[in-house]
Design a protein around this ligand. Sequence first.
Ligand SMILES: Nc1ncnc2c1ncn2[C@@H]1O[C@H](COP(=O)(O)OP(=O)(O)OP(=O)(O)O)[C@@H](O)[C@H]1O
Ligand SMILES: [Mg+2]
Length: 289
Amino acid sequence: MAKVLTFCNQKGGVGKTTSCLNVGCAIANLGYKVLIIDMDPQGNATSGLGIDKNYLKLTTYDVMIGRANPKEALHNTDIELLTIIPSNAQLTGAEIELVSAVGREFILRNAVALVGEDFDFILLDCPPSLGLLTLNALTAADKLIIPLQCEYYALEGLGQLINTFNLIKANLNRGLEIGGVILTMADFRTNLTEQVIDEVKKFFGEKVFGSIVPRSVRLSEAPSYGKPALVYDPDGRGSKAYVDVAKELVAREGAAVKNIDQAEKAVEIKEEIVAAVATVDTQNAGGTI
Ligand SMILES: Nc1ncnc2c1ncn2[C@@H]1O[C@H](COP(=O)(O)OP(=O)(O)OP(=O)(O)O)[C@@H](O)[C@H]1O
Ligand SMILES: [Mg+2]
């Protein structure tokens, strides 16, 4: 059964979609079968994979209103082992149409159960709100992944997300855990970035991924080419940071390892991570990133 990870932060533009796409792509490159479900009516994960939002047969909307089985809505991507259930503006309607539906918070969880056997990881890209789509994502997930932009207001509004997380855990999804915090758009030339990183680490401790994603023009250019940065600029600093986040994530989710080959790979990955984290720490200490 797939591990379900939801990329969630109700703040806009903090790197949810960029993280979801690139981590998804990196996990697929490690040999795991990955499904991204685009839960955002903006459809940025969809267009970021080069899929035209205007010509979609079946989308997350059809799945959410019960008009399609998720298996029918799967859409191949150019990346091996990476599949998406795409989305577009139609999904906005689901928030309204489902308001009075019985069990409306469980729709996605039920849908995910139908495709869970076919994937190792399912990644949910949430919209910037705590509305019904995000509640569905949190109810369907095993882990909450929080992308946080390294800026002065990084932690602002986070209380609301943590409250929602606690409410969902208490009432709808006991198994939900915080899977990790991805620090994004770090500019290591400024003292502010270091301060924000320290603050976030004080708050989330070990949950913060060792690899911190730098601000990178290449990462921001990639969507206009319909490609994750990992494909557009595989050797860039941003891509490498996301590969390290993905490796750390796979190692943390060791339970998803399915066969001996993969188990060995996970051990190797863990060792690589320890080394990578040590490098990042050294570089941070010297302020050279
Ligand atoms: N590390 C980075 N360096 C530079 N630009 C970045 C980086 N990460 C993301 N961006 C850019 O910042 C913008 C917001 O990123 P993204 O779309 O991933 O955020 P989001 O949280 O999904 O936004 P929304 O809340 O609208 O869904 C995009 O234009 C993206 O290309
Ligand atoms: Mg987004």
